[in-house]
Design a protein around this ligand. Sequence first.
Ligand code: GDP
Ligand code: GDP
Length: 438
Amino acid sequence: MNPVIALVGRPNVGKSTLFNRLTRSRDAIVADYAGLTRDRHYGNGKLGNKPFTVIDTGGISGNEQGIDAAMAEQSLLAIDEADIVFFMVDARAGLTPADEAIANHLRMNQKKTWLVVNKSDGTQEEIATAEFWTMGLGDPVAIAAEHGRNVTQLIEHVLEPYPELDDESLHPELNVDQGIRIGIVGRPNVGKSTLVNRMLGEERVVVYDQAGTTRDAIEIPFERRGKPYVLVDTAGIRRRKNVSEAAEKFSIIKTLDAIKQCHVAIVVLDARTGLVEQDMHLLDYVLESGRALVLAVNKWDGLESDVKEKMRAELKRRLGFTDYADMHFISALHGTGVGDLYTSVNSAFKSATSRWSTNRLTTLLQDAITEHQPPLVRGRRIKPRMAHQGGTNPPIIVVHGNQVDALPDAYKRFLINTFRKVLKVRGTPIRFEFRTND
Ligand code: GDP
Ligand code: GDP
């Protein structure tokens, strides 16, 4: 389990600036999911071999209506889920009553809290932090999120008690010995635990009862038709036996972990409610993680045909960015369509872990270029020359040539689509890197 850092503070102190700095992906990657709006509050970061998760709590204003009213439920949940809280204040604005109100609340919370004084650029550290000593939240640390001042040092310090991870823990997707790992994710009530029960069969539930903490996703090995799998469960099928446990809180951290731990994520959607924002965020996390994806539109039983039509149209319109993934209309309750999920899981995994020779990829690239010439850039013809595979799970294709990084997006998309089609890759994102070498 990665340490989880929650960024807390009133609006405008620089939370999202710090969030972006900590979670910005360093990989130069053109992913093929254009059109998806990015508005995330959970992200992963890494310092050396120490991964961590950051939550931008966003909505705490700490204003006159009292801290409890002002704290959005999500923010409280985020603090609850966190191991470490960065309480952020603004060196330029100085100490405000809203800061005091939030500080009072944090003092009641037993979480390890760091007082982070942002926007210290242009000031000496001692001067920036001077007035915040009085808050009684320990030594204030001066940073400038926008310029990166002191940010790495702060994270190094904060992560000191946490161990470095080995490659296997850093990349659970590399472990394929126990079989394909299937993550079942979705917002509350879409039918995850019903589906997990259905996939495992009744006997397994008993075995499962022993395990489980509230924040960890749970791994359940099982076999189907002689083939091993591991189910990574976030819903907690224990609930099925004891209805009073049904109020167990939905944990986004647990969901993010399950996504990281699986090879193929089955994202469960609810045909009765249609798509909501939380579904889009979950899909965004799956895409960002590079995991293979299967969509399960649940509760398809007993719907009128016009409702089905409307739902199909909505999914088509809003989920264009996941059109590489198979979509199943299922009823977890009755078991309809559930067996078919395995077909998609197997083929998505196969695609995600495929390997192609440099020869094959380069020939494919040359064919694509012959079919459709790259454009001129500043009077010169861009020449992609060679392609090789830079990784699997998700597959990474590296294209070399002169000025290839200057290829227009439309042309890059053409290449990506061509590779996807010719290599018959389904169910997994493909990532492309364009490396100019001239
Ligand atoms: P949030 O509402 O707490 O998420 O705050 P934002 O991250 O949106 O930042 C609010 C404003 O402060 C933006 O205009 C940022 O550019 C600015 N800002 C953030 N970090 C710094 C910093 O380190 N120095 C300065 N001078 N401005 C910053
Ligand atoms: P979770 O919170 O995602 O684990 O959802 P549950 O599995 O607890 O299901 C939430 C509710 O939806 C329960 O009342 C289930 O009986 C119901 N449900 C789950 N799957 C289906 C389905 O396929 N069809 C119908 N009609 N209801 C379902």
